[in-house]
Design a protein around this ligand. Structure first.
Ligand code: CAA
Length: 258
């Protein structure tokens, strides 16, 4: 049996997924993405899980899509397999929060995979970039769309057109990452954040994620209505009753995730 390309572990209500192709700096092949999507879908469907953390190795979160696999492909090869669709694209449909814990390189498809997560916590060693232009292509896994939304058009153009990398501090200033921590704190910080999220009422967490994504993906009026309707809907849950009652009674809520 060959080594799994994605390692999984459950700690409390948090699932940890680790890309495991260290010799190729976690280059994302179809096989890596198939295993990742399958594991994430299983955790998404598991009532015992409230949040996920996706990480790589210390040297690389992921150094991009697998260039060795792509090098011989022609237009019909990528078109017919809908390369970067299928399981690649399916990750955006995961409903539970996914935190990317990024150490080292997050380049090309690796940066795009991190951006597909709900937020990024970076080690001070992290390096982000979209260097596809050096290979005679462009970002194809959302980079030209998500990067300008995250960091402004100016910085996205700079990174995508020059292929330069930005370090963790620049990525935080630009808004791509939510926190930068010393390398040795990365996993604790990400797991603690995921544990906090997983302790919240799951319906509220999923609706909050859907609403923030609506802000990110559609226009303001539609998104405000979407937010209000979801806010209203949460008044049908036991957790809303319990959460508000517990506040009034000055105690911790006991959520049942329903
Ligand atoms: N695909 C396949 N293999 C990769 C890879 C990738 N994206 N990135 C690194 N590797 C492999 C290298 O070929 C090398 O393998 P061997 O040991 O068998 O030679 C191994 O990982 C280690 O890499 P390096 O020796 O290059 O390590 P380094 O420390 O000298 O450099 C690096 C690190 C700067 C990240 C460099 O590896 C690099 O530039 N990688 C490619 C980055 C890139 O161009 N990414 C974009 C890919 S295209 C894409 O992602 C399209 C899309 O939008 C989806």
């Amino acid at each position: 049996m060959s080594e799994p390309l994605v390692l999984t572990e459950v700690r409390g209500r948090v699932a940890l997924l680790t890309l495991n192709r260290p010799k190729a700096l976690n280059a994302l092949s179809n096989e890596v993405i198939d295993q990742l999507a399958e594991a994430m879908r299983a955790f998404d469907a598991d009532d015992a899980i409230g949040a996920m953390v996706l990480t790589g190795s210390e040297k690389a979160f992921a150094a991009g899509a697998d260039i060795s696999a792509m090098q011989g492909w022609n237009y019909m090869d990528v078109y017919k397999q809908d390369y970067l669709g299928g399981n690649w694209e399916s990750l955006k449909r995961i409903r539970k929060p996914v935190i990317a814990a990024v150490s080292g390189y997050a380049l090309g498809g690796g940066c795009e995979l991190a951006m597909q997560c709900d937020f990024i916590i970076a080690a001070d060693s992290a390096r982000f970039g979209q260097p596809e232009i050096k290979l005679g292509v462009i970002p194809g896994y959302g980079g030209t769309q998500r990067l300008p939304r995250a960091v402004s058009k100016a910085k996205a153009m700079d990174l995508i057109l020059t292929a330069r990398m930005m370090d963790a501090d620049e990525a935080e200033r630009a808004g791509l990452v939510s926190r930068v921590v010393p390398q040795e704190r990365l996993m604790d910080e990400a797991m603690e954040a995921a544990t906090i999220i997983a302790s919240m009422s799951l319906p509220s967490v999923i609706m909050a994620k859907e609403c923030v994504n609506a802000a990110y993906e559609s226009n303001l009026n539609e998104s405000l209505m979407f937010e209000r309707r979801n806010f209203h809907a949460l008044f049908s849950t036991d957790d809303q009753k319990e959460g508000m009652k517990a506040f009034v009674e000055k105690r911790k809520p006991e959520f049942k995730h329903q």
